[in-house]
Write a protein that binds this ligand. Structure first.
Ligand SMILES: Nc1ncnc2c1ncn2[C@@H]1O[C@H](COP(=O)(O)OP(=O)(O)OP(=O)(O)O)[C@@H](O)[C@H]1O
Ligand SMILES: [Mg+2]
Length: 283
């Protein structure tokens, strides 16, 4: 009985402690694309892990996709168990995303896993006042405890992605070398313009990241790249990520690429991405 009491008191005190404001001010990056399978999760996971591992930053990776791929892509690194769901936070049952941040074996890296209810949650959110700003307010405290928060978005422009964009300072837009992905990039830019006009906020564009670039498809690559350059030259990142099956293997192993094979071409590309964007993030 005494130990039960002590335990709940300890949890109460520790919980309260965790919810005190910190002294940091995280840059929030939404990794978004309308098309599925373009490398959003791969980029979000390796960006977050790379900032922690290579730049010694305190980073939170928030999975806004009900598929839960961030959790599976880092399953070998996760420590601890989820105490509640992101749905619970978005619907106001919990105060802040900070309460869900799970530590990992990577120093400085924390993860907020998604939950299967997020799809249904999206429907409930639609009836809430300020429905586009639920994530932004749920990150208020978390923001003061991290240097960077990376949000992995689902492959659509529904309420969850809109919430991520309204919470974010920056949007990172992965685009594989296909015409469909190109159309998806146009949709993201249109959405950013609409958000700015109607809600008075849109994140800056951190960059368009060419992903899954297969050097053998030279003609298609050239076509997609010249379309990107003609429309978004100033947003096109110098770094591109080649097709590299080691990236998929790392995902299956549940580790970021830097802990799976730090010398492969995928790891080199994501390290170059970090170096390219770090100055813009003020790191
Ligand atoms: N550069 C790459 N080379 C080879 N395979 C890759 C590369 N990037 C991602 N993949 C693989 O492609 C698949 C889709 O990648 P990922 O899950 O990152 O895309 P996504 O945009 O998050 O997909 P979804 O829209 O379903 O969320 C995964 O199996 C991943 O391992
Ligand atoms: Mg994904």
């Amino acid at each position: 009985m005494t130990s039960l009491l002590t335990d709940s008191l300890r949890r109460l005190v520790m919980g309260e402690e965790r919810l005190q404001p910190g002294h940091r001010h995280a840059s929030i990056i939404a990794v978004c694309a309308r098309k599925g399978g373009v490398g959003k999760t791969t980029s979000a996971v390796n960006l977050a892990a790379g900032l922690a591992l290579c730049h010694q930053r305190r980073v939170l990776l928030v999975d806004m996709d009900s598929q839960g791929h961030c959790g599976s892509a880092l399953h070998a690194e996760l420590r601890g168990v989820a105490t509640d769901t992101l749905s619970g936070v978005l619907l106001g049952k919990r105060r802040d995303v900070l309460e869900l941040a799970m530590p990992t074996a990577i120093p400085g890296l924390y993860v907020t896993p998604s939950d299967k209810e997020l799809g249904a949650t999206e429907g409930i959110m639609a009836g809430r006042i300020g429905k586009e700003l639920l994530l932004r307010s749920a990150l208020k405290l978390a923001r003061t405890h991290f240097d960077v928060i990376v949000v992995d978005c689902p492959p659509n422009l529904g309420s969850l992605t809109i919430n991520a964009l309204m919470a974010a300072d920056w949007a990172l837009v992965p685009c594989d070398m296909s015409v469909l992905a190109l159309e998806g990039v146009d949709d993201i830019f249109d959405t950013l313009e609409t958000l700015d006009e109607t809600l008075g906020h849109a994140p800056g564009v951190l960059g368009i990241l060419r992903t899954r670039v297969d050097a053998r498809n030279q003609k298609v690559n050239e076509t997609v790249e010249s379309s990107l350059r003609s429309r978004y030259a100033r947003h096109l990142l110098q770094t591109s990520v080649p097709v590299n099956t080691t990236l998929s293997q790392a995902q299956v192993e549940g580790r970021p690429i830097f802990r799976h094979d730090e010398h492969c071409t995928g790891a080199r590309a994501y390290r170059a991405l970090l170096d390219e964007i770090a100055p813009r993030l003020g790191l």
